[in-house]
Design a protein around this ligand. Structure first.
Ligand code: BES
Ligand code: ZN
Length: 456
């Protein structure tokens, strides 16, 4: 183990350079213009895996390619899959970035770039740990397959079919994912639950063109107003979602979990300041950690209507639209909730506008018993790497494929996150803390021994 850790330390600067190269690819999966950039990014990663001696394939899908890279096999050993994603969220708005999103900048012990933390740096750390094993001729005690996809940020549409068609070679004892967070710097965490999601776009259309609001306003409904009124009805003043049946399947928090969540660091004033809000808002009766991680939400992600250019324009806009995502918790089902929402929208939409709805991606929430032996092994690896006792965490984000690792591959997922709350994931000025990058490599170094040593 010492040789592995020494190798990681000795090569730290070069690993940072590698990550700088990796984040230069604008691999934005939501935008069709970037198709070639996703391909080039996947090829870069494939070349990196091949250079370490991994048996590597870049598999085309209907969407973006999936990368598979396998360590040399030896029969009779445990097999683990390491999952990550090379696609990133759109970098807009550009003007809020202090340096261009795809030109890596090192400052204050962090690397700034879109994708640095979510998720390129986090899975590259695992690859670097494997490099250290291979290059120091240290016995890697289990077989590993890296599975790196390019559609996570748009719902992992191609990956479930891919898992089904590659089931025999992906069958494994567990999946390891570093694509979540830590509650604070230096405080490692094992995440045992994630929220699910269901996405929907709605459009209300009124007049068949924009109209002069002075000449016609007052005699026709305004679609932007209708949409605002409609959406405003989805949530009450106590932060409860009012859609009938919405909470039917929500699994209540156990007393144990509430105690665990209450132990996490939290200061209301500092938190509000960090988010730049004057006051917090959330569902009454729940703490902020509970609101963020264990309660469902209904969020408007984008709202569009009418004139957005310079100055004013007096119109009744022809249409208004909204992009919506609903975060789900165990045991809510994305399709059922989506149907409830669609039924409710149809029922409350006024007859003065035409309603169109387009369903998007969906994923169930994830929950893993933290008492499982694999989780305990993960906790030991975190403690060794960070020299601090890790905490157990639920998180509010979603990784759509993890429930399918269970249903298709029969494997649980260990979530060992390396992102900090101020890493600005999905926001301008995303960064990855270089100390966490190094710690993530050490997690990888310890983890395979811990997992391989578990009793059969
Ligand atoms: N890395 C995140 C997920 C995450 C972040 C989990 C923080 C827990 C804590 C992932 O890349 C992500 O952003 N997922 C999307 C999925 C969606 C587009 C289907 C999300 O949660 O919005
Ligand atoms: Zn993300």
């Amino acid at each position: 183990m010492k040789a592995v850790l020494d190798y990681l330390k000795a090569n730290e600067a070069r690993f940072v350079q590698d990550l700088c190269e990796y984040v230069r690819f604008p691999s934005v999966s939501a935008q069709a213009d970037h198709r070639a950039d996703l391909q080039a990014c996947a090829e870069w990663m494939a070349a990196r895996c091949r250079s370490l001696g991994l048996e590597t394939r870049l598999c085309p899908t209907e969407g973006h390619p999936v990368l598979l890279a396998r360590t040399p096999r030896r029969p009779g050993r445990r097999h683990f899959v390491v999952y990550g994603h090379y696609d990133v969220q759109p970098p807009e708005p550009f003007d809020l970035w202090k340096s261009p999103p795809f030109e890596p900048r090192l400052a204050g012990g962090a690397l700034y770039a879109r994708g640095a933390s979510d998720n390129k740096g986090q899975h590259l750390a695992h690859l670097n740990a494997v490099e250290a094993y291979l290059k120091t001729d240290t016995d890697l005690p289990c077989d590993l397959t890296f599975l790196i996809e390019g559609e996570e940020e748009v719902g992992s549409r191609s990956l479930s079919g891919f898992l089904k068609s590659h089931r025999p070679e992906l069958r494994c004892d567990a999946v390891v994912v570093s694509d979540t967070g830590m509650p604070a710097s230096g405080l490692p965490a094992l995440t045992y639950a994630l929220r699910g999601i269901t996405a929907l776009e709605i459009k209300l259309t009124g007049p068949d063109r924009d109209l002069h609001s002075g000449i016609f306003g007052g005699s026709v409904d305004n679609p932007a107003m209708a949409l605002s009124q409609l959406l405003a009805r989805a949530r009450d003043a106590r932060g409860r979602i009012t859609i009938p049946g919405f909470y039917d399947d929500v699994r209540p928090l156990s007393a144990f979990e509430r105690r665990q969540l209450a132990r996490l660091p939290y200061q209301e004033r500092a938190y509000a300041r960090f988010l730049g809000v004057r006051r917090l808002f959330g569902e009454k009766g729940y703490t902020v950690w509970e609101q963020r991680t264990a309660r469902p939400t209904f969020e408007i992600n984008g709202l569009t209507s009418g004139y957005q250019g310079e100055g004013s324009k007096t119109i009744v806009p022809s249409w208004a639209s909204a992009k919506i995502t609903i975060r789900l918790v165990p045991d809510q089902r994305p399709d059922r909730v989506l149907r409830q929402v669609q039924r409710w929208l149809r029922a409350v939409c006024p007859p003065t506008v035409r309603l169109e709805m387009k369903a998007g991606h969906g994923a169930e929430a994830y929950f893993m018993e933290p008492t499982r032996p694999e989780a305990q092994a993960g906790l030991r690896a975190l403690e060794a790497a960070f020299a601090r006792k890790p905490v157990l965490l639920r998180e509010g984000g979603s990784i759509p494929i993890v429930t399918e690792f269970r249903s298709i591959l029969g494997a649980d997922t260990l979530l060992l996150g390396l992102a900090l709350p101020d890493d600005n994931a999905h926001s301008p000025n995303e960064k990855f803390d270089l100390a966490n990058y190094a710690a993530g490599m050490r997690v990888g170094a310890h983890l395979w021994r811990e997992l391989a040593a578990l009793p059969a």
